[in-house]
Design a protein around this ligand. Structure first.
Ligand code: PLP
Length: 445
């Protein structure tokens, strides 16, 4: 099944010209998808159009940012209304009505008692803020993080990132200890049941606290489902079991919900909901503004108020961003998109899971709601196959479908369509995905 049109020489030339200009003025470490990267120029519904006029069904929601897809009237109108007011004052030095309203909604939805909210422009800044709050509150630079995690690209957030390919620096402002919890496939854990694995991980945490870390750690930061890490997740309940131990020591727990918030995981509004525990703080970004930059932290009021000095954010929670975010959040709640994520996640899972049996290069299909991953390995050896993931990305793109990739070893396809996905689109994307991965698998044998 092919959804895209062909592309002639002139178009290819224009794209390679832009690519050359990109390479000349932008950092070498700025990753680009595809052998011939795509220039997206517009979007409508759950589809995107590139500069050559080809359309794609978007199975990655931008980069897990466009919860509602593209050109959504409610979001456009809210932003245009704010633009028509001359954008108006941006910084937190002035009262911003939209910001207060958004904070009230997020505080209420968080389930955190007496919650307060601070807005940022990105997930990186949100996590940086949460780390600042926790380290100040506890007077400690010792932090627990999960292996294979991704928390951002600043000094502090790369420090807690546990995935080598996203760790830019060996230097760290924090003293970090990494925990097991998302590595069931290690030989030591493979044979364990969920309950057995949880026990082993809790024993690991106790051992780290008793022998490795100095006393008075600041916090644990963890993603309920690791997106960049390749859709690896702690078994439901593990983060609650961790929290019990952390509470014994007064150590704070930060849930990084940058990918898992707003109903994306289907069953729960926040990813942490699957663990039956309320964290001390949650960080969010990506899907809140439907493509407009906004992030933030929601935390217990006493934790949020711990910073001793004046602070402000020039752009965090600015009127344009909060207009987009209020409209997006209202839309998610009014249209019960979480239920749609749960239902269509099952449709996708039911279509993809059989590939584990039928295609030797598909080692696993996993995820929650509309957050799914497919792990690819070399047929015969079972070695991680980043080259097959890259080939599958090209094969889906050729057929007019955009997906993502990631994983500790770069061999996991990532699917996270807008939560507004329709069932016909889910089936259409599924068909393309199965055809593309089957073609890649056949060529690899
Ligand atoms: N935390 C998680 C779980 C993420 O997936 C990401 C980005 O992919 C971030 C933090 C960083 O967010 P941003 O790219 O908005 O800085």
């Amino acid at each position: 099944m092919t959804l895209a049109n062909g592309c002639d020489n002139q178009e290819t030339e224009r794209m390679s010209d832009l690519l050359a200009r990109h390479r000349a003025v932008m950092p070498a470490w700025l990753a680009l998808y595809y052998d011939t990267p795509i220039e997206i120029v517009s979007g409508k519904g759950n589809r995107l159009t590139d500069a050559e006029g080809r359309t794609y069904l978007d199975f990655f929601a931008g980069i897990v940012t466009n919860t509602l897809g593209y050109d959504v009237a409610e979001v456009r109108d809210a932003v245009e209304r704010q633009l028509a007011r001359g954008v108006a004052h941006t910084s937190t030095l002035y009262l911003l009505r939209g910001q207060v309203e958004l904070a009230e909604k997020i505080a209420r939805l968080s389930g955190i008692p007496e919650a307060k909210v601070f807005f940022t422009n990105s997930g990186t800044e949100a996590n940086e803020t949460a780390l600042l709050l926790a380290t100040c509150a506890r007077g400690s630079d010792q932090v627990l993080a999960m292996r294979n995690s991704y928390h951002g690209r600043s000094y502090g957030t790369t420090a807690v990132t546990g995935n080598r390919s996203w760790k830019n620096s060996a230097l760290s402002p924090l003293n970090v200890h990494y925990l097991h919890g998302t590595d069931r496939d290690l030989p030591a854990f493979r044979a364990l049941s969920d309950a057995g694995y949880i026990d082993a991980c809790v024993a690991d945490l106790r051992e780290v606290l008793a022998t490795a870390a100095a006393p008075d750690l600041a916090c644990l930061i963890a993603e309920p489902v690791q997106g960049v890490g390749g859709l690896t997740a702690p078994p439901d309940g593990l983060l609650a079991a961790y929290k019990e131990v952390l509470d014994e020591h007064g150590i704070l727990f930060v849930s990084d919900e940058v990918q898992t918030a707003w109903g994306r995981t289907g069953e729960h509004f926040w990813g942490i909901g699957a663990h039956g525990v309320v964290p001390d703080a949650m960080t969010f970004a990506k899907g809140l503004g439907n493509g407009v930059a906004i992030g933030g932290v929601v935390a217990r009021g006493d934790l949020m108020d711990v910073l001793p000095a004046n602070s402000l954010s020039t752009f965090g929670g600015n009127p344009i961003a909060t207009a987009a975010a209020n409209a997006t959040l209202d839309y998610i709640l009014d249209h019960e998109l979480q239920t749609n994520a749960a239902r269509l996640g099952e449709v996708l899972m039911a279509g993809l899971r059989p590939l584990v049996e039928t295609l030797p290069s598909v080692a696993a299909v996993r995820g929650k709601g509309l957050m799914l991953g497919m792990e690819l390995v070399r047929p015969g050896t079972g070695e991680p196959a980043p080259e097959l993931a890259a080939a599958a990305l090209e094969a889906t793109r050729e057929r007019g479908l955009l997906i993502g990739k990631g994983g500790l070893r770069g061999n996991v396809l990532r699917m996270a369509p807008p939560l507004t996905l329709h069932e016909e689109e889910a089936r259409e994307g599924l068909e393309v995905l199965v055809e593309a991965v089957s073609a890649v698998d056949a060529a690899a044998r």
